[in-house]
Design a protein around this ligand. Sequence first.
Ligand code: ADP
Ligand code: MG
Length: 282
Amino acid sequence: MQPIIDAKDLVHEYSRRDEEGNVTGINRALDGVSLQVKEGDFIAVLGANGSGKSTFAKHLNALLTPTEGTLYVGGMECGDHTKDLDIRKTVGMVFQNPDNQFIGSTVQDDIAFSLENVAMPYDQMKVLVEEYSKKVGMYEYLSREPSSLSGGQKQRVAIAGTLVRHPEILVLDEATSMLDPQGRNDIRTLIRNMKKENPDLTIISITHDIEEAYQSDHVIVINKGKVVKEGTPDDVFSDEVLMKKIDLTIPFYKQLKNELEKYGIDINGVDNIDELVDRLCR
Ligand code: ADP
Ligand code: MG
């Protein structure tokens, strides 16, 4: 099966300019990224600040043009600008700052806004807005002003506004980084439920939330514009040296697992404390 995202030697260079606009240097934000994503996978992208993650995300939505290399999204080439609108229909993006993503004066208007762009009859729109607000647990809030919501609720509305247009790929660019632990937890649960309900939806989450990354199907680590590691969460979080290098803490469960493995105790498949005690006392 053709991968839904296929990047080959993708390079992106930003020009540095002085106050008069003269180019004074080049900043290579992506330095030969090659990766493939299978349809329906939940991918976590990790990496220190400034490593090129958002630059990669913007390419997925045809907001930037590759300097070198190729990128295909849903079989369409990004950078060949004839397909930009189709690519943007395929990829829905949710960004870091929940306050920058509202246009409507109520939650309802906000979710509907992306549908107004496709000129849908009111009744049909209303049904969809209700359906998607329920999916993200925000049905009770449809007539509320977005400004009265918590950060986590705002991001849930932003996700509903994106999903209501049926994108094939949902990209979350640090969508939980400004949220409190409760908000973060809500989004983790939401992702889990979305995946269950819609197994074909591909999710790319750029995140610093280690617990979220641990639940993904596949982790990609980007450092200084290059993919430096990818694999299952278990593989990637076993590389303690790399995790330290990119300033990431290993999830608590994985730390415990790594430590116990040093004593020859395997806790694979253990997912609650009773089972753990049972395994340790064996
Ligand atoms: P991340 O999302 O991993 O923090 P970014 O993709 O935002 O990283 O940035 C990668 C590099 O590109 C950084 O060095 C950043 O300073 C630079 N950069 C990002 N956006 C621009 C821009 N619009 N113009 C010039 N340089 C930029
Ligand atoms: Mg970023």
